[in-house]
Design a binder for this molecule. Structure first.
Ligand code: HEM
Length: 324
């Protein structure tokens, strides 16, 4: 390791998880450190004919493949209201269940970019947010353009998880059967169209309106998303994803995701599932964006601790000694 211990990737990932705990009043036993409240759906992905031009990855180029999808609110708060500010951006994590028993993931959120340009900058963002002195966060935001853009961007609540666009943010390298490689970023575009609530409409919603909406919507048929890859243009940054690439970049449609049912035993299944951006298969490789490594390490840390502690510390306790 060239770096001093205090800046190693593992240390940064650990500090971020600890920092998220501080911001969100955690750790909340049995729950994710971020995106704690979610719903799980089962469905299938059907590749488009164009997908082979970009990648040889089997799950994107052969027949239908089963998927498990988790939609989530941003906050590391297990029972956060779907209609509160902390609930945005929304998350969408996809696990493709491969015929050989393996899997590969996409982890996306409803903001085209991120609050920090590097893992260490995100560590400092989270630590400033958790500081007891609010001036620390104000100072951080004033000095960091990515934080400023993320904080100031409108993040309206969606009408439904089925009416939101989700972005993979960090770039990957896609390689086709001829060995040609292109850098690109995932995005998921809702077939139902994009629709958000006004602040007044959001305030009138039930704190669990998104799961209720999904149950009702599925009675009328599958909820669908187009899976696209936005290709990098000349000079677009590959290793730093806080700011979006220009919107006019070419996009390739990889196929359509059809979600058909809410999962049974959802809370237990969510706890036992982990999605990471580096769960990959041949034909898709990580870019050199260091955030992919930090994300994956911190997601795994958050995962291993929720497996060993399956009770929600915020459930009502019975008896005056129960909290000891
Ligand atoms: C260095 C940057 C980042 C760090 C350290 C970080 C940290 C975390 C952590 C600790 C979790 C909990 C994971 C678990 O317990 O399974 C999480 C979940 C999540 N993050 Fe990030 N995050 C980062 C960037 C991003 C970006 C850029 C996106 C969007 C593309 C994103 C989207 C999500 C989503 C959707 C989840 C929920 C995944 C699930 O449903 O299992 N995060 N993040």
């Amino acid at each position: 390791e060239d770096q001093p211990a205090g800046t190693s990737q593992t240390r940064i990932a650990r500090d971020i998880v600890a920092g998220l705990d501080k911001v969100f009043g955690g750790p909340h036993k049995g729950y994710r450190a971020a995106h704690s409240k979610g719903i799980l759906l089962d469905g299938t992905f059907r590749p488009s004919k164009d997908a082979t031009s970009l990648t040889r990855a089997e799950h994107l180029t052969e027949g239908d493949v089963a998927v498990t999808v988790r939609f989530s609110n941003f906050a590391g708060v297990p029972h956060v209201g779907d209609n509160t500010g902390d609930a945005n951006p929304k998350g969408m994590a996809i696990k493709f269940l491969l015929p050989d028993g393996g899997s590969t993931d996409i982890v996306a959120h409803s903001f085209d970019g991120f609050a920090a340009q590097t893992p260490d900058e995100f560590r400092r963002f989270v630590q400033a947010l958790g500081s007891s002195d609010p001036q620390d966060f104000a100072d951080h935001v004033a000095a960091h353009p990515a934080a400023k853009r993320f904080i100031e961007a409108p993040k309206p609540a969606p009408v439904s998880f089925a009416t939101e666009v989700f972005y993979g943010v960090n770039a990957f390298s896609f390689t086709n059967a001829a060995g040609e490689s292109r850098f690109g970023k995932y995005r998921l575009v809702p077939v139902a169209g994009v629709a958000h609530l006004s602040a007044v409409e959001a305030a009138e919603k039930d704190p669990d309106y998104l799961s209720q909406d999904m149950a009702e919507r599925l009675e009328d048929g599958p909820v669908q998303f187009r899976l696209l890859v936005q290709l990098a243009g000349e000079g677009d940054p590959i290793t730093q994803a806080a700011f979006p690439w220009p919107e006019d970049r070419e996009q390739v449609e990889l196929g359509v995701l059809s979600l058909t049912a809410l999962a049974a035993d959802s809370v237990a299944r969510q706890r036992e599932l982990v999605f990471t951006p580096l769960s990959l298969v041949g034909g898709i490789a990580p870019s050199d964006d260091p955030m992919l490594i930090t994300r994956t390490r911190s997601y795994r840390m958050s995962y291993s601790r929720r497996l060993t502690a399956a009770t929600d510390s915020h459930q009502p306790r019975h008896g005056k000694d129960a909290g000891k």
